[in-house]
Design a protein around this ligand. Structure first.
Ligand code: GAR
Length: 185
C-alpha cells in the first residue's frame, strides 16, 4: 500500500499526534508521518517525534521565515497532507496558498458552533445539550473549511471544563483517523 507522506503540526501535549503515530504504524493505515512541526519549542508532543525518530521543525518567533523554511522541508519530504493536531497558531494565507494540498484540522467543538478558543467554557455557558469534535479542511478563514466529519456526546449535569475536554479528546482520537480514511478513499 502506498501511504501518503504526512506532516503533523502541533503546539502542546500531542495526544492526537500520539494516536496518529500509533495508527500509522499499523499495517493498513493510509498515511506515513514524515515530519512534525511545532510553533512551541516546549511542546510536549515533540518528545513523540524524538521517540519515533520523526524529523521535526520548531518555529522561531518569525512566523513568515519559519513557514518559508517549512515549505522547503514539505517539498523535500514530498508531503501531500498536513494535519493540524492541536496547532494553536493561525497559518498565513500565503502558506495555505503555497502548499496547495489538503490541510485538515481537528477542532474541539461541533462546528460551525464555537470557533476559536475556549470552546468548553463557551459550551458550558450556553448550556448546550451535546458537544464533540469536528475534522474539517483548512481554508483562509478560521475554523471554516468544509467539514469531513463530526462526532458528539451528550453533556452530563456534572460535566465541567476538564471532563468535557477528556470526553472530546477521546472522540478526537477516533475522528481524526476516520476522517483520514474518508479523505483518502
Ligand atoms: C485538541 O483537543 C484539539 O482539538 C485542540 O487542541 C487540543 C490538542 O491536544 N485544537 C484546537 O483547539 C484548535 N483550535 P493534543 O496536543 O493533546 O493533541
Amino acid at each position: 500500500m502506498v501511504r501518503i507522506n504526512t506532516c503533523v503540526f502541533i503546539s502542546g501535549k500531542g495526544t492526537n499526534l500520539n494516536k496518529l503515530i500509533l495508527n500509522s504504524n499499523t499495517y493498513n493505515f493510509p498515511i506515513k508521518i514524515r515530519l512534525v512541526v511545532s510553533n512551541n519549542k516546549n511542546a510536549e508532543g515533540l518528545r513523540l517525534a524524538k521517540k519515533f525518530s520523526i524529523p521535526y521543525i520548531i518555529y522561531s518567533s518569525n512566523q513568515t521565515l519559519s513557514e518559508n523554511k517549512t515549505l522547503i522541508e514539505l517539498k523535500k519530504y514530498n508531503i501531500n497532507l498536513i494535519l493540524l493536531a492541536g496547532y494553536m497558531k493561525i497559518l498565513t494565507k500565503k502558506f495555505i496558498r503555497s502548499f496547495r494540498k489538503p490541510i485538515l484540522n481537528i477542532h474541539p467543538s461541533l462546528l460551525p458552533k464555537y470557533k476559536g478558543l475556549n470552546t468548553f467554557e463557551k459550551v458550558l455557558k450556553k448550556k448546550e445539550k451535546k458537544t464533540g469534535c469536528t475534522v474539517h479542511f483548512v481554508t483562509e478563514k478560521l475554523d471554516d473549511g468544509k467539514i469531513i466529519l463530526k462526532k458528539f456526546f451528550y453533556i452530563d449535569k456534572e460535566d465541567n471544563i476538564l471532563t468535557l475536554k477528556k470526553k472530546t479528546q477521546a472522540l478526537e482520537y477516533i475522528a481524526f483517523s476516520e476522517a483520514i480514511f474518508r479523505l483518502i478513499r
